[in-house]
Design a binder for this molecule. Sequence first.
Ligand SMILES: *Cc1c(COP(=O)(O)O)cnc(C)c1O
Length: 714
Amino acid sequence: MVDTDSYNDWQVPPKLACLKDLAYNLWWSWHPEARSLFKDIDRTLWEETHHNPVSLMRGCPAARLEQLALDSGFLTRLDTVIASFDRYMTTDQTWFAKNHPEMNGKSIGYFSAEFGVHNSLKIYSGGLGILAGDHCKSASDLGVPLVGVGFMYPEGYVVQKISSDGWQQNVYELVNWGVSPVRPVFGPSGGRMLLDIPLGHSTIKVAVWRVQVGRVPLFLMDTNVEGNSPLDREISGRLYGGDRTMRLRQEIILGIGGVRVLRALGVHPSVFHANEGHSSFLFLELVREKVASGVQLDEALRQVGENAVFTTHTPVEAGHDVFAEEMIAEYFSSYWPQLGVDRERFMDFARVPGHAGWNMTALSLKIAGHRNAVSRRHGQVSRGMWKFLWPSLPEAEIPITHVTNGVHLPTWVNPELGSLYDRYLGEDWRDRQDDEAVWSKVAAIPDEVLWLQHSRSKSALLQLARARARSRWMKDGHNAVQVLAGGALLDHPSLVIGFARRFAGYKRATLILSDLPRLKKLLFDPWRPVQLVFAGKAHPADDGGKALIQQVYQLAKNPEFGGRIVFIEDYDIHVARYLVQGVDVWLNNPLAPLEACGTSGEKAGANGVPNFSVLDGWWEEGFNGGNGWSIGQAGGRGAGPEADAADAEDIFRTLEQKIVPLYYDRDEHGIPRGWVKVMKESIRSVASQYGADRMVKDYCNMLYAPRREAVGSR
Ligand SMILES: *Cc1c(COP(=O)(O)O)cnc(C)c1O
């Protein structure tokens, strides 16, 4: 465990003391004026610390801080930022307060195995975590009294490095909590809070950390504590690391431990939300509490279910945790008597008829009274997948609704583009982001102004690719070919197609590489050249995914492709921001209907980067004919080589006949008027519908506080 004293011993000049508070609240990360304050303390250090204000301020020479404490310009800016931060933190005029007064004084416990808030807090792996982070940020913006519960992962975060032969190396980077935006939680007696959580026949000690995301606190559990066995200390070590037993132990701590942490903190949510099944043991723990207080089991189940929300995030089989019943028995044989049930009845909580095993999704669906999928299409698919749990209901009435995922616009919209929105849509666009009337004003942005802004975002992306390639060359001995594969030859005028996401089979990253001669013609058209930029990690244990990366990387290194196919290493929140803002088109071609929602395309669309995507997930409802392009047909073509070939044909034909010609169709000022029209329609339609505020409002109105007709928007 980190020496907690080091949390308080670092000093800053008194006039800058509030900067220290600001550094520990990730509010700064989605407020450009706060970000630029930190950046101006020391630009080099800002880059070197990967935009981590805690690390920056701790590493900054005292003389520099003293200088700033005398700099009246800096102090004035600081005052302005702190004033707006204070207003944000203390106002009671929030959307939630106005629309859900019946929830006054209540809270919502939001459990997730990962939270992707900012790169300086490495407790996420991909889409699920980033969605949770965006959910917390919008909840904070809207005044929703959310309390997050999750894990610290002290032993490492997978950093992706690609070897010269294209194989993903999983480099685990140790996280230094001393320079992260987290603070230890202390108990009533003043010492570090340490809880004993039952784990099978023994107990394990859990320490708690707090992260502040605007108004929303996240409480993160850490088992790397003195007094735990070495094996137990590793439980919270790595996100999705370890074997099945480790995974089960993690999920017990997350669910059962999480409830106990909240109780110890005196937090008693009136609604509990499990974001995916990893945390769903929490529902059992709530039932146990009720039974212990004398409530009959069936009544306890009913009461818990009434206030329990469960979100399922994927139709992909491997995304649903199933544990052997023997393993469950080993950890829960002392638990089921506490519920007053025997082994059989207990196993039934999470059984899928006809299958052995304890299924976390089944557990969640059976207990939680409010269930949702994450897009309209995914709702249909989920009702079909799980209908056997409600054998008497027709499929359309299976009680799984949907709330389509959205993205936190202040986080994902390029700040300079955000200033354009300020100017043309009104400075309150962030607060009115789900109001279509706001976005209809996009038409008023002059074409050349929007095009110039996009061109700047594109330059920033190319700059990032080059800076990374240079650094890997200088520091890590990358050879010249790897430098080119990293994007050193990308040019600005050529159309850039972006493809970035987890490298999992169903995402079909290599579909566009399935006809190389045809691809080459596109890339090397002398008048209308095209470039392809890839990024994405494979799961550390997924050799199939790594092989796909290798296939891309081999082409990126191949001189025949002239540096026009590029792979940017280590896709994370930072790289994703540059990509979704800076490429020209966002390509997504998963095998339908396996993309539950997909959120990166929403990020791109809100930045005026049109989507070119399979009609699956959010795009099946978001595509309107004018805001991008579709691939294949709604509902997909089924799996198999023929379906792949048909989708690939579609991709090439649309690129050749529509996308590339439109991009290069310029007027006398060099502005692609038709293209800019698609960009504007993309912003208008995507930003208004797929922002996280709309999503969080839907959760509030439909799932957190569904009994009351909400007043106001949506
Ligand atoms: C948004 C995001 C994702 C999820 O995007 P998908 O479209 O669902 O693949 C994954 N990783 C990072 C780093 C992201 O920013």
